[in-house]
Design a protein around this ligand. Sequence first.
Ligand SMILES: C[S@@+](CC[C@H](N)C(=O)[O-])C[C@H]1O[C@@H](n2cnc3c(N)ncnc32)[C@H](O)[C@@H]1O
Length: 428
Amino acid sequence: MLLAERFAASSVFLRDWAPIWSTPVFAMHDGGWFTDLPEVARWIDGDGRCSDTTTNAASHRCAEELDILDAFESGAGGVGLPAVLLELSRAARRLCALSPIAKGAQRVSVRPRDARFLSEHKWRQVVRFIEALPPLTAGASYADWCAGKGHLARTLSLTASIGVTRLERDPDLCAEGTRLAEKMGASSPAAAVDVMTDTVFDHIDASTHVLALHACGALHRRLIRIARAGRVVGISLAPCCYPLTDELPYAPLSTAGRSEGLRLEIEALRLAVRGARDPLGRRARRQRRAQAWRIAFDLLRRERTGASSYTSQPSLPDSAFGGTFRDFAQRLARQIGLDLGPLTDVESAEAEGYRRLARVRRAEMVTAIFSRPLELWLVTDLALALTESGLQVELGTFCDSATTPRNLLLNASADPRLLTSKTYASWR
Ligand SMILES: C[S@@+](CC[C@H](N)C(=O)[O-])C[C@H]1O[C@@H](n2cnc3c(N)ncnc32)[C@H](O)[C@@H]1O
């Protein structure tokens, strides 16, 4: 399927289900879409499980329920999702099926000891990114967009024996990048520059192929605009952090995107980059206890003060969550100057905290179905903005999602020969 066709199909899917993905999770129980999907509403409510919230035993039951949800999300099976959600998940997966970008000519042959300056994860991302690049050409210059410490620039320089300029605003990161490059004998000079300003054109021109590994919202939007204007010969972009832009609600860069009329507020952009949950285990359970207790405390606070909305709570050390909920509530109350009174209802508040947390988690599982479709819609908008300007584009994954969930790569060039060893628009 062509990019544009897939984009149109994704737009229909997202438009049809917009009431779900555009409703913030905390507001879901008030949301109108519940009335249309009573089966989902009942499931989010726990199908009657955890309905008794008056005792300590109820807290334990709700906590067990959260274990089951965690297990389900980590692929270990468990919760029976309502049929409509299973269908939606399948539809989302079909729409998001993308081929990996074929490996190009570059194989990273840098000795493993060279990888010691970066984490195992980052190293794998850099290697996969380089292997998915279009063929390097003799006449082109190369620049690493928002390079950080320049891991990508340094590794590519060593791999292909070429110069790769590091464009980076932070002088400390520039200096550290220079130190590492010199240590390794890489040719990757720093350009301390704010890429949002025109001074960036002192370092790139119409012969530059710009590489951008995990460039955030405004930074990758700027790069797309530069590529559209023909001010570089090509780009290889793995975007991330879509919410980091002032252009809100999301302003599509392609004509196709604008004509779809989808309204993506910042919550939808956050949903598009929602990471996987923490792994199971003690840490996850501690975190969950902290969340349930904070919800429970807020219930007590509202009851005592008559307030109707959530108020943010001060941060507390881990030790505050090591004792009982009663100890925690008294400590937090003292800290914010609230008189909680005799605290006879502490057990039911705690159990209700767990019950509500389980509810939020289930609601999150519903919205998570739309996470990847939203991300792909955003990246396809960028891709179409480039094709509309006459550039050749290929879009695919450059690594698996365990290496990084932000694993989409867009190779684009004004010169079709630069992408000739690849299939364009590599949708499966
Ligand atoms: C998410 S990091 C990506 C770093 C690197 N590409 C990587 O994958 O490790 C974003 C980098 O962009 C840099 N940055 C942010 N705004 C910038 C700007 N306006 N001009 C140049 N660099 C910028 C930050 O200093 C940071 O190093």
